[in-house]
Design a protein around this ligand. Structure first.
Ligand SMILES: Nc1ncnc2c1ncn2[C@@H]1O[C@H](COP(=O)(O)OP(=O)(O)OP(=O)(O)O)[C@@H](O)[C@H]1O
Ligand SMILES: [Mg+2]
Length: 245
């Protein structure tokens, strides 16, 4: 469905050019759940924003169902069925939670909005009228962000660290909803950017991004054992010889 071809993104600061993602080649197929992981600062969020059209790539191409969407803006890509749940959801002063869900999916009935809120662990009575500008906790914002993307029925949904800041009781529920909606769905696919050791092994394919490049990509049975051991090595390296103050 989505084909990334030699995709790169660089930024220019004070005459210096910094390559954030380099030469990414990746195919996202319908019916599958993709787990993207890798060290902090590796380029995962940047890649997601480039796919969504929030950032414009500096080289390469993005194809959606065979059509080159490289020149399409964020709204056009959203209309084509791509949705992105931010790692750090933006706040919208003056809009209520209900407004935001209805903007994401105007066809939803009031009953359906309430059901979907309960699905992500938000009691409609307490949250429907809450202002999105301030006062909501980080975990509440995160759940509303995920709810919006789920409500859109996108053909490609990208969730950027859906577990971050969300309590343990809700994470499993969110993961179950995402898995139920996208895994083996012949119409759609989901990408989960995550560091979570419980989520990665249930993804069909795992992609490891490090220093802006794909370091590993393949079926979970192939990649998970490699990175599980990698994580152990990295922790040992960091700790070795470190003085405890
Ligand atoms: N506009 C910018 N100018 C300079 N550097 C940038 C800019 N945007 C991103 N970067 C850098 O690009 C790198 C990749 O950032 P990105 O947010 O994509 O990482 P990430 O893999 O999502 O990390 P994390 O796991 O912490 O969320 C980081 O080192 C970041 O500081
Ligand atoms: Mg990130």
């Amino acid at each position: 469905m989505l084909h990334l071809e030699n995709l790169s993104f660089s930024v220019h600061n004070n005459g210096d050019s910094k390559q954030i993602i380099s030469d990414i080649n990746l195919d996202i197929k319908r019916g599958k759940l993709y787990g993207i992981t890798g060290p902090n600062g590796g380029g995962k969020t940047t890649l997601a924003k480039v796919i969504m059209g929030i950032l414009t790539h500096t080289a390469g191409h993005i194809y959606l169902d065979g059509e080159d969407i490289s020149d399409k803006n964020i709204t056009e890509r959203a209309n084509l069925g791509i949705a992105y749940a931010f790692q750090q959801p933006p706040r919208f002063k003056g809009l209520t939670v209900e407004d935001l869900v209805k903007i994401a999916q105007p066809k939803l009935s009031n009953l359906s909005v309430r059901k979907r809120m309960r699905d992500v662990g938000l009691c409609p009575e307490d949250y429907l009228d809450r202002d999105m500008g301030s006062g909501l906790s980080g975990g509440e914002m995160k759940r509303i962000e995920i709810l919006q993307v789920l409500a859109r029925n996108a053909k490609l949904a990208i969730f950027d660290e859906p577990e971050a800041g969300v309590d343990l009781w809700t994470i499993q529920r969110l993961v179950d909803i995402i898995v139920g909606k996208y895994q083996n769905n012949p119409e759609a696919a989901a990408v989960l950017i995550t560091h979570n050791r419980n989520i990665l092994p249930i993804c069909d394919e795992i992609v490891v991004i490090e220093e802006g490049r794909i370091k590993h990509h393949g079926h979970r049975d192939e990649i998970w054992p490699i990175i599980r051991d990698d994580i152990v090595c990295q922790v040992q390296d960091t700790c070795r010889g470190e003085e405890i103050i």
